[in-house]
Design a protein around this ligand. Structure first.
Ligand code: BTN
Length: 330
């Protein structure tokens, strides 16, 4: 028996006794217990309710390529190079990298769980099964890296568009492309989505971008504790229950394909106004650290290349291409 099978059996969120699960799967109760432990180790908070059995604290939908396809318009489906759902990968972006030249444009790979999910700046991206989305997309560009400035910021706008299409508001952008829940009186803010862009190819010739997106639909207290930074999920923004995971995946894929086509046509210029509307750093007191050393400044938007503009104490404006940025609290 595989952990995916047990997670699917528990997906409705109803308690199921170990004996019933074992009979349904044709395995021993010990085999069920082993898979319960395996899922718990991966971060799934399976509860044991005495005689009632095992249950998830909430219902979930297993990712299903057929359901994702059914939620996409036919014209969009024809544009996709591939649409794959895996139970487990080291990283959806690594999987696309391994395909290399053989992967078609707009190949999309999703995984229920990643064993070596990667974040920006060498950080780990925690990827328990059944709760969030881990998706990568391969897009080729003819004009080389030189034409891709602002791509990573445009992707932040694209994820926000997907959230809007899911009926979720209350999110904004932290340069370069973190999608954050905006703090309110009732709840703290935190990271909803992270985007990793990895480029290969030529500076002024054909190149490929592998775009990896992690979107938090449901975080557990353990995940919050392990995240190493304030995090939030769509369940919180939606008032309790996150959107259906297959629908959320379809909406994200649609926004991604449309947005990447727009970027190919118009570059970052087509996103700059949307970025400015959702820029959470603009006019904020910031602390920056990176190759320029550590210094304080005030956020002053982004430029046409996607660099962060900051106003220094003497009134001058600097363009920052790479730095860790935090908002200074008074
Ligand atoms: C960040 O640090 O903010 C970027 C996180 C990107 C995570 C996603 S999950 C899907 C894809 N596969 C990975 O290994 N990383 C990206």
């Amino acid at each position: 028996m595989q952990p995916a099978q047990l997670l699917a059996m528990l997906a409705a969120g109803e308690p199921l006794p170990g004996a019933g699960l074992a009979a349904q799967a044709g395995v021993t109760r010990a085999a069920i217990w082993k898979q319960v432990e395996a899922l718990r180790t991966r971060g799934v908070p399976i509860e044991a309710r005495g005689a009632a059995g095992y249950r998830l604290p909430w219902p979930l939908q297993m990712l299903d390529a057929t359901q994702i396809r059914a939620a996409l318009p036919a014209s969009m489906l024809r544009s996709l190079g591939a649409l794959e759902v895996h139970w487990e990968l080291d990283s959806t972006s690594s999987e696309l990298q391994r395909r290399g030249a053989t992967a078609k444009d707009f190949s999309i790979v999703l995984a229920e769980t990643q064993t070596a999910g990667r974040g920006r700046r060498g950080r780990e991206w925690l990827s328990p099964p059944g709760m969030n989305l881990y998706l990568s997309c391969l897009k080729r560009f003819e004009q080389g890296f030189a034409a891709l400035s602002g791509l990573s910021l445009a992707l932040g706008v694209i994820v926000l568009r997907a959230l809007e299409n899911l009926g979720i508001d209350g999110a904004g952008l932290k340069w370069p492309n973190d999608v954050l829940a905006i703090a309110t009186g009732e709840r703290p803010g935190g990271k909803l989505s992270g985007i990793l862009v990895e480029l290969s190819g030529e500076y002024q010739g054909p190149c490929a971008a592998i775009i990896g997106i992690g979107l938090n639909l449901r975080l557990t207290p353990a995940l919050h504790a392990q995240a190493g930074q304030p995090a939030c999920d769509l369940a919180t923004l939606a008032g309790g229950a996150p959107p259906d995971r297959n629908r959320a995946a379809a909406v994200l894929i649609e926004a991604l394909v449309e947005g990447l086509r727009q970027f190919e046509r118009d570059g970052f210029a087509g996103f700059v106004d949307d970025y400015a509307r959702h820029d959470l750093l603009c006019d904020q007191p910031l602390q920056l650290s990176g190759v320029h050393g550590a210094f304080d400044a005030i956020g002053a938007g982004v430029d046409a290349r996607g660099a962060l503009r900051v106003r220094m104490a003497d009134g001058s404006v600097r363009q920052i291409d790479s730095a860790d940025v935090t908002v200074r609290r008074a």
